[in-house]
Design a binder for this molecule. Structure first.
Ligand code: UDP
Length: 308
């Protein structure tokens, strides 16, 4: 993907900033809209090369104006982080629903036929499966965040039918990497281990996640964006299950930290969000692009730790 004019919503956020860096490096003209509510994670040398607008994605008129001439929109703006989302379920939903409508409107009036949307593996909800989840299974969203993401996936399918806008929804599985903040478990544990504080494992620590390294996720995203036809959903998963207990132990080991592991009860507001087991299949991704995430957890953690 090169020589394209690309609008990224949420381009200054964690995943968005990695996407921004890569698309700039590949020689694209990148326009970003972001509220900067969580700060600007775009590296300085990259920031000087993008067109930046501090705009809320829900501001439909502004988004439509800024999208003029874009070949593709990456819609990555969202409210996220379990604690924040649980405290602000209505704003979360509004940002998802109004944000998507605003982006869809921008596509429609500017004749933009390609849209890439950051959905979530959260749409699989509590499905406790004996195997990794693929895109074909029935989903079970049960939080406002996951519900809104699922709603948008369905909306995108209808946008293709009604307006011919081609799109992809990416179901990201626990993405981690440089510049992530401690709303998420990996940076939180690294910070605790570096300070010699106890690592706060919620519950037994037997719950699993499929931690996917951000550079892999971005490469997959860009590969998929090269060929968008109709509406498709893709898991972006590392296909490896790790328990939170294993994660905590690995972080302590890699940092040679003196920290202990404390098992504590998760904050009540997290109850609805907690999932016992989650790992995904990236087979569809591999079939379509010949590539899937490959960075192991230990390797990815080591890269992150070198920079903090
Ligand atoms: N977690 C934990 N201690 C923390 C923060 C998170 O044990 O201080 C666990 C949490 O219970 C969940 C996993 O780490 O099982 C991933 O949490 P995160 O909020 O990063 O993402 P989620 O997958 O829940 O959206």
């Amino acid at each position: 993907m090169t020589n394209q004019r690309i609008l990224i919503t949420g381009g200054a956020g964690f995943i968005g900033s990695h996407l921004t860096s890569k698309l700039v490096e590949l020689g694209n003209e990148v326009v970003i809209i972001d509220t900067l509510l969580r700060g600007n994670k775009i590296p300085q040398d990259v920031f000087s090369k993008v067109e930046f607008h501090q705009v809320d994605v829900c501001d439909s008129a502004k988004v439509a104006e800024l999208a003029k001439g874009a070949d593709v929109i990456f819609h990555f703006a969202a409210i996220l982080g379990v604690d924040i989302v649980a405290d602000n379920p209505i704003e979360t939903m509004e940002t998802e629903v109004n944000g998507m409508q605003s982006v869809a409107h921008a596509c429609a009036i500017n004749g933009i036929e390609k849209l890439i949307y950051a959905s979530t593996s959260g749409v699989y909800g509590h499905l406790a499966l004996e195997q990794s989840v693929n895109e074909e299974i029935l989903v079970d969203p049960h939080t406002s965040y996951a519900m809104a993401k699922r709603y948008n996936e369905i909306y995108l399918a209808s946008l293709f039918e009604e307006k011919g806008i081609n799109s992809i929804a990416l179901r990201f599985f626990n993405i981690y990497g440089l510049r992530q903040d401690n709303r998420m478990v990996i940076p939180r544990f690294i910070e605790q281990a570096m300070k010699g504080e106890p690592l706060t494992v919620y519950g037994t620590g037997e719950q699993t996640r499929d931690f996917t390294y951000v550079e892999d996720a971005i490469n997959c995203t860009i590969n998929l964006a090269k060929n968008v036809q109709g509406f498709e959903i893709f898991n972006i998963a590392n296909e490896k299950e790790a328990t939170i207990e294993e994660l905590a132990k690995e972080i302590i080991r890699l940092l040679n930290s003196k920290s202990e592991i404390h098992h504590i009860e998760a904050p009540k507001k997290r109850y609805d969000y907690e999932v016992g087991r989650r790992y995904g299949s990236s087979e569809k991704l591999l079939t379509h692009t010949g590539y899937k995430p490959s960075t192991g957890l230990q390797e990815g953690l080591s890269i992150v730790m070198k920079e903090v």
